[in-house]
Design a protein. Structure first.
Length: 220
């Protein structure tokens, strides 16, 4: 099976959130607002002040789109020329587990993927050639017109050992709307360590990191 690639927004929000704290006063419970510091170094989830391009469909679209809800299903190609080897699948699972365990996303494997309709599989991983010099690419197969969201996204990573935990995390990050440092607000150098696996060129074992987790949890 080899379905048909794209890659890399969100308005500036306060870097502080409010949390309610219950205080007992004369038998009456009062909810007092307490400031909680947002640990994110920058806003790098679509759209940002520096990235306002709506989600386009197709490999040539060249946009980053966010998945359309917090319940994320994924499928790894297991047959044909685009199939992932066992080590590739293991590396995807390492990356996916952090999205599931450390963010508000609920990620599950879809062993019977759907390519159309109201319940499409959200992320499809394949191993195939990527145009240009990049080793990985993510694009929307079915967008929500006029918005930044996508119902189904394809992740393609080169063969020959390129399916590392870090690159799998990077392309999955694009699939949920995370951007490189140059499109963030404020901008960061594309290889800034605060970007975690969303550095332009992630390391083999780069993980999601605090900045990306905070941005995901603020938006899903």
């Amino acid at each position: 099976m080899s379905p048909a690639s794209a890659a890399p927004p969100r308005s500036v929000q306060s870097h502080r959130r409010r949390a309610g704290i219950a205080v007992a006063l004369s038998g009456i419970t009062v909810i007092a607002a307490a400031a909680v510091t947002w640990a994110a170094a920058t806003d790098n989830l679509v759209p940002t002040n520096n990235y306002t391009v709506g989600c386009l469909t197709g490999m040539s679209g060249g946009t980053v789109c966010r998945t359309d809800n917090a319940d994320v299903t994924y499928y790894m190609d297991s047959g044909g020329n685009d199939k992932l080897e066992d080590i590739d699948k293991a590396n995807v699972r390492v990356a996916i587990q952090e999205f599931h365990d450390k963010t508000d996303l609920k990620v599950s494997y879809d062993s019977s993927p759907s390519w159309a309709g109201d319940s499409e599989t959200d992320i499809y991983y394949a191993e195939a050639t990527v145009p240009g010099s990049d080793e990985g690419l993510t694009w929307c197969n079915d967008n929500s017109p006029g918005a930044f969201k996508c119902d189904q996204q394809y992740v393609r990573i080169e063969g020959g050992g390129h399916y590392s935990p870090g690159l799998s995390c990077h392309e999955t990050g694009h699939a949920v709307g995370l951007l490189h440092g140059a499109e963030a607000s404020p901008t960061l150098p594309n290889q800034d360590s605060k970007l975690g696996c969303m550095k332009k060129t992630p390391g083999f074992a780069d993980s999601l990191g605090t900045n990306n987790r905070e941005n995901i949890n603020a938006n899903y």
